[in-house]
Design a protein around this ligand. Sequence first.
Ligand code: SIN
Ligand code: CO
Length: 383
Amino acid sequence: MNIDQPLQLLGGLSPATFMKRHWQKKPLVIRQAIPGLRAPLDRAELFDLAAQDDVQSRLVIQTPAVTDQPWRLKQGPFGRKALPALKQPGWTLLVQSVDLFDARVRALRDQFRFVPDARLDDVMVSYASDGGGVGPHFDSYDVFLLQAHGQRRWRIGRQKNLDLQPGMPLKILANFEPEQEFVLEAGDMLYLPPRYAHDGVALGECMTYSIGFRAPSAGELAQEILQRLAEQACDEVGDALYRDPNQSAQAQCAQIPADLARFAQEALEKALHDSLATQRALGEYLSEPKPQVWFDSAQESFDPSQGVCLDRRTQMLYDSNHIFINGESFRASGRDATLMRLLADQHHLCAGDVKRLSAGALELLAQWVDDGWLQADLGEGSG
Ligand code: SIN
Ligand code: CO
């Protein structure tokens, strides 16, 4: 991706400028980010997805007449009959990770790859009847809110007071203070940094695509990495026993010896000192497929030498020493590393490049084909 090329998607800014000026800093409204956009999924297709067991969906219904409970939240899946009538105002259906299920939505998501893949969470698609919305709130995500159908009125603000209304089934700000207001039409887009307060209300039927970027917390990363390192700790650190030939007789029987605490600390430092192992654990965690993703072994195997592309649900990342794919890690160097990185960046590898892989790397590719992680490259770029 050429990060210096001005993009209509970013209102004429280049990805480099957008990241410098707006990313995690301030909102941006982009008129006709995707000119003439027609929603990739129509209403019926979205409702069909919301009926599937493996798709996460929620329904938010406004019930202003019920003064002590003006919001109702239900978890999917939803058969068509479980959704309110289209004519009923004030409801919203939210469908998560639509990019995993639909190639057109995945292609849309790929336009945002100027942000590292490791930061992308999913594309959520919402359908709202007239007046529908999820109330004033903030997210901990960076998000591009792309208007895909109809109109939505947004009010946004740098909210200082993040108190929430108590007793609500969803996060609703108690004292929302909007500073700006605008109506987005199909093709318009709003970028919001994390914790920026917003409230979007449908003006007539509307659909909004949220391309969301998750930031992992320090605690979450530490926990995930430590869990993975713990599995190898015994091999790393060895099983030498604590020795205390100089232990003196102790009057405070229950006190833990300081030498034993030091021994434990040293064992821990040994387990953590291997920065390659830490990198590996991080990459394995970040490339882990979402919980609802199950790969079926390939029904019909094909010869990867004709070219391959990543299955839509495959997450492939790399660092300077490893290649990561769907939670697994491989050491790679030289030409193999270059070609595998190309596959991760471009999502496909042409026949000519596949031929340049070593026998070992080709074997891996064949394994990934069998696992259903790769598809035959039909020359259309990413799958
Ligand atoms: C929506 O699409 O209805 C909600 C998106 C958001 O406010 O984050
Ligand atoms: Co939001």
